[in-house]
Ligand binder design. Structure first.
Ligand code: PMP
Length: 369
């Protein structure tokens, strides 16, 4: 039986192979007599799972050795506080606001940083464009500059990370890559710290990934909770407190799955990027070539992961969603702050799933014409 296609923005679809393997190993992981959920995080069984997951992510995303990979809890929103607690040195910090998530991040940082400078904002466009990095003027002496590299709600993505050095800034770039991690390669030469919740592209909710350049570790404010102090977390190999063991295991299975993906001669993340480009082109193409559907985001910054769209006749919304559900196309309702529809097409969504959605878009438009 084929499972429905799930377009949830997160927690989101997980590759079926990963779910099947987790199901097969649920009661007895590799002859240990235990479920992964029942293991001590300090036992040799879980340590092997942890080490494989860390190595898997490092290899997949080509994370250089001078970056630490931390497996934490708290999600993206907790990192909005944890990052300034660790990196701000109570000095000024810079933000580029490109949608709901970076907006939330800058608000939270105000609790910890002496000053929050909004270096650029897409607000006047209704968050449908990305302010051109060439127009940003980073503050002198800022502890870091934060961007959300993929705005899950607004459907905006930086297709290239900004080069802060070229803008005359030495500040490390902090990226919230929650909703497009592992969908394409990361240019680590431009990044100081990247964080993201796992529940979109890497596994279940509960695991937060932090990849941080070593020289940025060890300057936490005294008020920083110990369990969130990157230095303590790094020194203890993410086991200062009990890590989210199930999430780490599931992410490890997902890294394995990702490493095995191929498109032509491309493997792993390079293959995923090609597939994600093809999926996004197919869906945006169908939206742009219709008289019923509309996506408002400028073409150069449309997200490959989250595609918000509207029906020009909004009275059809309920009928559209009901018809989608009948065809096994789930969770297409847009975020409540934006309305309309949103199709999240993360790594686990195959091209066939996007094709099924496109077929339905056309069919629905025809019957309503
Ligand atoms: N940042 C981004 C880009 C997100 O998409 C989300 C969740 N949708 C968050 C942060 C918040 O993550 P969490 O709910 O795990 O705190």
């Amino acid at each position: 039986m084929q499972r429905p296609y799930n377009f949830s923005a997160g927690p989101a679809a997980i590759p079926e192979e990963v779910l099947q393997r987790a199901a097969a190993e649920m009661l007895d992981w590799h002859g240990s007599g235990m479920s992964v959920m029942e293991m001590s995080h300090r036992g040799k069984e879980f340590l092997s799972i942890y080490e494989a997951a860390e190595a898997g992510l490092r290899s997949l995303l080509a994370v250089p050795q001078h970056f630490k990979i931390l497996f934490m809890q708290g999600g993206g929103l907790a990192e909005n506080a944890i990052v300034p607690l660790n990196l701000s040195r109570a000095a000024g910090v810079d933000f580029v606001v490109t949608g709901s998530w970076s907006q939330k991040s800058q608000k939270e940082a105000r609790k910890y940083a002496s000053e929050v400078n909004i270096v650029a904002s897409g607000e006047s466009s209704g968050f449908t464009t990305l302010p051109d990095p060439a127009s940003w003027t980073p503050s002198v002496g800022a502890s870091y500059l934060h961007i959300c590299s993929n705005e899950t709600i607004n459907g905006i993505e930086f297709h290239e990370l900004p080069d802060l050095k070229a803008l005359g800034s030495d500040a490390p770039l902090v990226i919230d890559f929650s909703s497009h991690v592992a969908s394409r390669p990361v240019d680590w030469s431009r990044v100081g710290l990247a964080f993201g919740g796992a529940q979109k592209n890497l596994g279940p909710a509960g695991l937060t990934i932090v990849v941080v350049r070593e020289d940025l570790i060890g300057q936490a404010l005294p008020a920083c909770p110990s369990a969130f102090d990157y230095k303590l977390v790094a020194e203890n190999h993410s086991m200062f407190n009990t890590p989210p063991t199930w999430g780490i295991y599931m992410a490890g299975l997902t890294f394995d799955w990702l490493a095995r993906q191929s498109e032509g001669s491309a493997r792993g993340i390079a293959a995923m990027e090609l597939r994600n480009i093809a999926k996004a082109e197919l869906l945006y193409g169908a939206i742009d070539n219709s008289d019923l559907y509309l996506n408002k985001v400028a073409a150069n910054c449309r997200s490959r992961m989250n595609v918000p769209f509207f029906l020009r006749d909004e009275s059809l919304n309920d009928a559209f969603l009901a018809g989608a559900r009948e065809r096994g196309l789930l969770q297409l309702k847009g975020h409540k702050s934006v309305g309309g529809m949103r199709a999240s097409i993360y790594n686990a969504m195959p091209l066939a799933g996007v094709q099924a959605l496109v077929d339905y878009l056309r069919e629905f438009e025809k019957t309503r014409a």
